[in-house]
Design a protein around this ligand. Sequence first.
Ligand SMILES: *Cc1c(COP(=O)(O)O)cnc(C)c1O
Length: 432
Amino acid sequence: MKYYSTKNKSLRVDLKTAVLHSLPADNGLYMPVTIKALDKYLLDNIEEFSFQELSYNICHQFLEEDLSNREIDSVISSSINFDAPVIHLSKQLKSLELWHGPSLAFKDFGARFMAALMSKLVAGENKTLDILVATSGDTGGAVASGFFNVPNINVTILYPSGKVSYLQEKQLTTLGKNIKALEINGTFDDCQGLVKKAFLDKELNTRLNLSSANSINIARLIPQTFYYFQAYKQIEASIRDQIVFCIPSGNFGNLTAGLLAKKMGLNYAKLIAATNINNVVPKYLETGDYNPIASFSTISNAMDVGNPSNFQRMLDLFDHDSKQMRSVIVPFFYDDDTTRKSMKSVKNKYNYTADPHGAVGFEACEQYLKNHTNATVINFETAHPAKFLDVMTSVGMSVDVPDRLKRLESKEKDSVKMDSNFSSFKSYLMDK
Ligand SMILES: *Cc1c(COP(=O)(O)O)cnc(C)c1O
């Protein structure tokens, strides 16, 4: 497969360039040149395939030019090795739990797949890759865990000081070795801005082989399509075409993956885009105007994104036509008070504990179901509630903390504090 830039459709690069360079020089985003529908047998008999078999078949078209079938198989078996179960809350409302991986958020799928793929792509190259990643909370932990101890790859994680949860911070600042954390005095958008600037800086790119592990990287997006198929498979065949996936969204990587899944032949009904008050995409869907904002802090902090990077890919997939986009994506957005109420009401109605991000989605599902009485809505439970203990406690909900989070308590935080200033960031990287 070759990849083009959303800003230049005639550009053609191979998988290695798209994944290791992350961003085209024109500041667009890489997209696969073609997205073929999967084999009809697979689509018609999806329940015969295991999660790993589905994943292998889905990503094959994107990797086959650069990797052998054995290598593709090894990427899948070393990364997609935990489940994505659908929990049935009611006849019409389901929760797709995407937090069964090591860092307890859906980002483990993307980060682990990407780490396995990148280590294959740099093997034998005799060079070190420097991965820069901005996190609003969960990417950092997933990337830190996915890339920990991977040979020839160093990771620098930028996170907004005071804006990630205590346990999230522990996840990204306590591993050491090839994982470094920069604590930025600013917002997630500032962190993302610094990373984007670094990629466009000539001098830095001469000195270092920079790469990104954010969802701007196409290698993060591909594995996020896998669990749409895996969820679909777990729903009764006769109603699958009425499935609506509800995606609590920030940078819109997860939702964009759902659009790719549709192109690959997954015949679901709609996607719901659920956001907090950082609602530039819902606003675009309502008005046709896209107005990025400086992000607001909310209790669903992993979705505090004022200028979602994958929006460019969404525009590209719909030929910049907001009407077309609206025919597939239904927007909802909620403030923190509504999110808290949603957490309580999901607990009362279904005896299910939703994290603040999932709760934004559940509220959208309830609204949607009021007007679509035949739909089957699958909400993405994007992280384990224990990652957001302060929020859970503030609404009077207790959560069992899984052992892999508890173990972090005793570990020492190690981070470098920095203002949101490109020249400081650049000298830090140059001095490494
Ligand atoms: C990253 C994240 C989101 C947002 O996902 P995008 O793909 O950036 O839209 C939602 N919830 C949680 C818990 C996350 O970590």
